[in-house]
Write a protein that binds this ligand. Structure first.
Ligand code: F6P
Length: 327
């Protein structure tokens, strides 16, 4: 808990962009203005704090952005902020404007920076989970995850059409860094026969056995959804399958950055608006250095260090569902 009254706040987006970040920025600016606070937009994440790219915003600066992907504040992964000198410059740039509270919209790297900064300087930080990966504890959803999964579903459905037309097997790689949530959700929702994620041990022999059994049964369409963080990775898995099962016509498709773009889904706009609103209230009422999350539809505040350290666990229930429904 902090004691100084927060009067001027800065908001920034940092790390990989995620659909819904604009909705969160809008909520922070409008809630701040509603309560009589000055709100400054910091460009390019922590880089803008160091380079002094900090501009006063108002209600009009965030008009017409709730539906837009990307982030109007731009984003970056700043190496300089991980140096003491960089953080000191950033602090000076904030204090010369009287900024005494920060809202950081980003993922675990961004929260690590916030944690370090707030432990060195007297500037309270509130984190909002903005990442398509859903790899942060303390919230059922992260801003951008739902849109990314829907983008992946849309693409995989299309891949299924062409896979079906040619009787082909498709190995589809989705993003997620070290987390398998995008693969798990998009794989279940598209009826993929196999889903490979870093949270479970990938058994190549079991995969080959399952594919060759499906080939014998003449099961026509096969989709294997692979999280980019999988131990083998989609590219290696494709080449193993091509070698071991030469009769199966196999193709690889890496979805890549399309998963990060596009207009945010309803869910992402709603959670971003709700989290942005409560971030400002946190700063005002002295709840500091936490991440605002939503668990079971209730607001939930997790200390920043815990949000980074404690990863979300994939439930056993989902894993059983994958096995049984794909048969
Ligand atoms: O964290 C979001 C994410 O899109 C990950 O899923 C992916 O591993 C990474 O960022 C890609 O980063 P970059 O945009 O730097 O290639």
């Amino acid at each position: 808990m902090g004691s100084k009254k927060v009067t001027k706040i800065g908001v920034l987006t940092s790390g990989g962009d995620a659909p819904g970040m604009n909705a969160a920025i809008r909520a922070v600016v409008r809630t701040g203005n509603y309560y009589g606070l000055e709100v400054f937009g910091i460009m390019r994440g922590y880089s803008g704090m160091i380079d002094d790219e900090i501009n006063l915003m108002n209600s009009r600066s965030v008009a017409n952005i709730i539906q837009r992907g990307g982030t109007i504040l731009k984003t970056a992964r700043s190496k300089e902020f991980f140096e003491a000198e960089g953080r000191k410059t950033a602090y000076q740039n904030l204090t010369k404007r009287g900024i005494n509270g920060l809202v950081i919209i980003g993922g675990d790297g961004s929260f690590t920076g916030a944690q370090k900064f707030s432990s060195e300087f007297d500037i309270p930080c509130i984190g909002l989970p903005g990442t398509i990966d859903k790899d942060i504890a303390g919230s059922d959803f992260t801003i951008g995850f739902d849109t990314a999964v829907n983008t992946a579903i849309d693409a995989i459905d299309k891949i299924r059409d062409t896979a079906d037309a040619h009787d082909r097997l498709f190995i589809v790689e989705v993003m997620g860094r070290d987390a398998g949530y995008i693969a798990l959700h998009s794989g279940i929702a598209t009826g993929a026969e196999n889903i490979l994620i870093p949270e479970t041990e990938t058994d190549i022999e079991a995969l080959i056995a399952s594919l060759s059994e499906q080939e014998k049964r003449r099961k026509l369409v096969n989709l294997v959804v692979v999280a980019e963080g999988d131990k083998f990775g989609a590219t290696e898995i494709t080449s193993i399958i091509k070698k071991r099962l030469p009769n199966i016509d196999t193709r690889l498709c890496i979805l890549g950055h399309i998963q990060r773009g596009g207009s945010p889904s309803c869910l992402d706009r709603l959670i971003a608006s709700r989290m942005g609103f409560h971030a400002v209230e946190c700063l005002m009422n002295g709840t500091h250095n936490v991440m605002v999350g939503i668990l079971n539809n209730q607001l939930h505040y997790t200390p920043l260090d815990l949000a980074i350290k404690a990863k979300q666990k994939i439930s056993e229930d989902w894993l059983r569902i994958v096995k049984i429904l794909a048969s």
